[in-house]
Design a protein around this ligand. Structure first.
Ligand code: KE4
Length: 428
């Protein structure tokens, strides 16, 4: 596969953009090789600047649930653009999108739009702290919630559950209120409550997608809910990735547990920059300008992005068979991978939630980040490169999730399975 143009483009990009990319994962550091530079997208396909075509299982890390250049979303954007790009003033489409989301979720009475998932989570945590008048928060190893300071933490020393910064530039003071627990392990959460009487919220991906695909056990979510009720702590579901991807209602369409707040991103922007956070009236009304908790954004609720999100969600809610199609294609894909891996004596763990799918080169089931870290990342890297050469574009890290989009045909899934058989045989 010729990638000379991408290689040259990457060299030039590195002269002027740190690492040559505007988001680290795109640099292919964990899989090796040169990141491919994209010329265009078209339905389920990506085309790079060397003229190679790929079936795209990343879809901009989740937003493009209908694939690239979806005519409905494109038309909505083009139409909105003719009336102006941004006003910094309220527009009715913000209310329409807010109503659409609030009417779908028992957990959400009001919602505020921002421009990224990071902003949504950062704001939700500030609101949780302001509402409870508490400072500490609990997050889980392996869950990613964007790059705000208090969430860039790694396990602290020994038994202490308080986190330490996982990045230079984050002062220890900024993470001393962040406690770390183990995903799917309620005892580790109870220990946090032993170490702190000041926990404002617990935040988690109810279906984790940032350590690879690792769904929370229903019992674990129920126990989290009970602990939060017992201690007056808010439960925040970060559905930036799982929202409208795991089911029509994301993880909330699968679990019976109702969170106090929810964050969204990706799909609700239809490919444009949108994040959101929502929750019960008594919580959301604490937010400025009605309440004292400050939060703001120049491009929050941007009308073009709102129309893209509206078109995306309208298309989703109108298609009653959409998630059945997603589930069927995702299951067919991972079953094909599993069969091919078995034929080649390769240990592969697979899982699906709606249009999300994951696979680990791992001997055992993955229930938390420690398990995920035991995966064979070298073999993943070889698989990733091999599948690229066959024309299939997967997330460039073992610790990410794959996505089905509605533009993918059954024959694309079949062809991908055939390619996987070849690649797995080559790398066994
Ligand atoms: P953004 O700030 O990247 O829009 O959203 C942060 C975020 C928050 N919560 C969850 C559950 C997320 O998955 C994300 C972002 N997801 C990653 C993909 N693993 C974005 C890709 C990237 O960082 O370039």
């Amino acid at each position: 596969m010729k990638t000379d143009s991408s290689r040259k483009a990457f060299e030039l990009a590195q002269d002027v953009i740190p690492g040559g990319v505007d988001s680290p994962v795109r640099a292919f550091k964990s899989v090796g090789g040169t990141p491919i530079f994209i010329e265009k997208g078209e339905g389920a396909y990506l085309f790079d600047i060397d003229g190679n075509r790929y079936v795209d299982f990343v879809q901009s890390w989740g937003p493009l649930i209908f694939g690239h250049c979806d005519k409905t979303i494109e038309t909505a954007v083009m139409d909105a653009v003719t009336r102006g790009l941004s006003f910094g003033a309220p527009t009715e489409v913000e209310t329409q999108l807010a109503n659409k989301i609030c009417n779908m979720f028992e957990s959400i009475d009001k919602i505020r739009f921002v421009s990224s998932g990071t902003e949504a989570v950062m704001s939700a945590i500030r609101l949780a702290r302001g509402f409870t008048c508490r400072d500490d928060i609990v997050k889980f190893e392996g869950c990613y919630h964007g790059h705000s300071d208090s969430l860039l933490v790694q396990a602290g020393s020994g038994a202490v559950t308080f986190g330490t910064p996982s990045s230079p530039g984050v002062p220890a003071d900024f993470t001393k209120h962040t406690l770390l627990a183990k995903y799917n392990d309620i005892e580790s959460v109870k220990k946090c409550f032993e170490n702190s009487k000041d926990i404002a919220c617990i935040i988690l991906e109810p279906i984790a997608g940032n350590m690879g695909l690792v769904p929370a056990d229903e019992k674990f979510l129920q126990d989290l809910r009970s602990l939060c009720d017992e201690h007056g702590t808010l439960l925040i579901f970060d559905e930036v990735m799982s929202g409208f991807r795991a089911s029509l209602k994301g993880a909330q369409g699968i679990t019976k547990v109702v969170p106090d707040m929810v964050t969204f991103g990706k799909v609700i922007g239809g490919g444009m920059p949108v994040g959101a956070f929502g929750g019960r009236l008594e919580i959301m009304d604490k937010l400025s300008p009605d309440g004292p908790v400050y939060q703001a954004g120049t491009l929050s609720g941007n009308p073009v992005a709102m129309h893209a999100g509206m078109a995306s969600l309208d298309k989703i809610t109108e298609d009653k068979e959409l998630y059945a199609r997603f589930e069927s294609k995702a299951q067919k894909l991972v079953n094909g991978f599993k069969e091919a891996a078995n034929e080649n004596g390769i240990a592969l763990q697979v899982d699906v939630r709606g249009s999300m799918f994951g696979f680990f080169f791992n001997d055992n089931e993955v229930k938390n980040f420690d398990d995920a870290l035991k995966s064979d990342t070298d073999r993943f890297a070889k698989f990733h490169q091999g599948m690229l050469n066959e024309g299939f574009y997967f997330a460039c890290s073992q610790f990410e999730t794959g996505f089905i989009c509605d533009a993918m045909s059954e024959s694309m899934i079949d062809d991908c399975i055939e390619a996987a058989k070849k690649v797995l045989s080559d790398i066994k």
